[in-house]
Design a protein around this ligand. Structure first.
Ligand SMILES: [Zn+2]
Length: 348
């Protein structure tokens, strides 16, 4: 599961696109926030399941949030100010019947490494999808005990433009966004939804309330960074009787939000910035991370453990640090170092 939102400048303060994602995953799956600098691949590139032709040239540096078991990423931002997040979706095509190929998270990372604009990323992702196919587990088979394949939809944005891409195998549709948009775990492009949505997927139980809550946040302009963070930490978007299936997700043993991001995309000479979060959004903090700088983030396990291990004093200190970081804007390395030191000081 997941939720992604984008607000183009006409719906924010006029100067920047805002992008947000909650990554809902198996609750014990670790995820790392990392800076991948530009890279030149000379040999075929090994991604999660297959090898592909290397990119002709230098890749773009990216801040990524990566499930530790795979090559790809749940979400990220590159140094050209492109942000991408994906979602698991289900269609009438059974993903279990398809051989291993690219997975959605590979396509998120490849789109970021190879695109200088949102429109270019749409072309990169769909060309790779057609060239190599889509298939294989989207969860670590060791953690979930079995292959768990799904198709992906993508929300792709830059400072001026945004797109939704929905896929079923190698079939895809793309829709340009004019103001703001949200996606969740279902097809939403009208013609694609009519043709491909699985008729028995219980979207009204697990998906539609989250999608409606995201759309309501986007409708209440101007869209702001604090407003998006509040939404990603919210628990009031469950269908009746479906506790835990909220935007900040908590379904023990099944699915939980394990990482989150709010990104500010600009092109006027400033660097874009991503507020990266590890663990549960309601029990962790967003760390402002300028795109283009190296840093070392503490391991995911330390943030995931905050739910049990952090006392009120530790959480209060962390939230004070979050506020301070938001106003002082230190370097990425300093911001993550301060978070590390604060966790250590509280024995976390
Ligand atoms: Zn929560």
């Amino acid at each position: 599961m997941c939720d992604c939102l984008v607000a183009l400048p006409s719906t924010t303060d006029g100067t920047r696109t805002l992008f947000a994602k909650n990554s809902d995953r198996p609750p014990t799956e670790p995820q790392d926030v990392v800076w991948h600098p530009p890279r030149r691949d000379h040999d075929r590139l090994r991604v999660t399941n297959i090898e592909i032709e290397p990119f002709a040239g230098e890749t773009l540096g990216c801040v990524l949030s990566r499930p530790r078991w795979c090559w790809g990423a749940e979400h990220g931002v590159n140094e050209a100010g492109v942000a991408i997040g994906n979602e698991a979706i289900y269609t009438t095509l059974d993903p279990r019947a398809v051989p291993r190929a690219l997975i959605g998270m590979d396509l998120v990372r490849l789109g970021l490494e190879r695109s200088t604009s949102a429109a270019e990323a749409v072309g990169v992702i769909t060309a790779l999808l057609e060239g190599y196919g889509q298939g294989g587990s989207g969860h670590d088979p060791v953690i979930v005990g079995a292959d768990k394949p799904y198709w992906s939809s993508f929300l792709i944005a830059d400072a001026h433009d945004a797109w939704v891409v929905e896929t079923s195998g190698t079939t895809w549709a793309a829709e340009q966004i004019t103001t703001a948009a949200a996606i969740s775990n279902r097809t939403t492009i009208a013609a694609f939804d009519a043709e491909h949505r699985h008729p028995r997927q219980p979207t009204e139980r697990f998906v539609d309330a989250r999608l409606a809550a995201s759309r309501a946040v986007l409708a209440a302009e101007p869209v702001t960074v604090p407003g998006l963070m509040r939404h990603l930490r919210s628990h009031d978007s469950c269908a009746p009787g479906e506790d835990g299936w909220s935007v900040c997700m908590h379904v023990p043993g099944v699915e939980a939000t394990t990482a989150s991001m709010v990104a500010e995309l600009v092109t006027d000479g400033r660097a874009s910035r991503a507020w990266m979060l590890l663990g549960s959004p309601c029990q962790s903090i967003y760390v402002p991370t300028p795109i283009g700088e190296d840093f070392v983030a503490p391991r995911w396990e330390r943030f995931a453990g905050l739910v049990e291990a952090a006392d009120g004093e530790a959480m209060a200190t962390l939230h004070q640090l979050e506020s301070w970081l938001a106003t002082e804007c230190p370097s990425a390395a300093d911001a993550w170092r301060l978070v590390d030191e604060t966790l250590t000081r509280h024995g976390l």
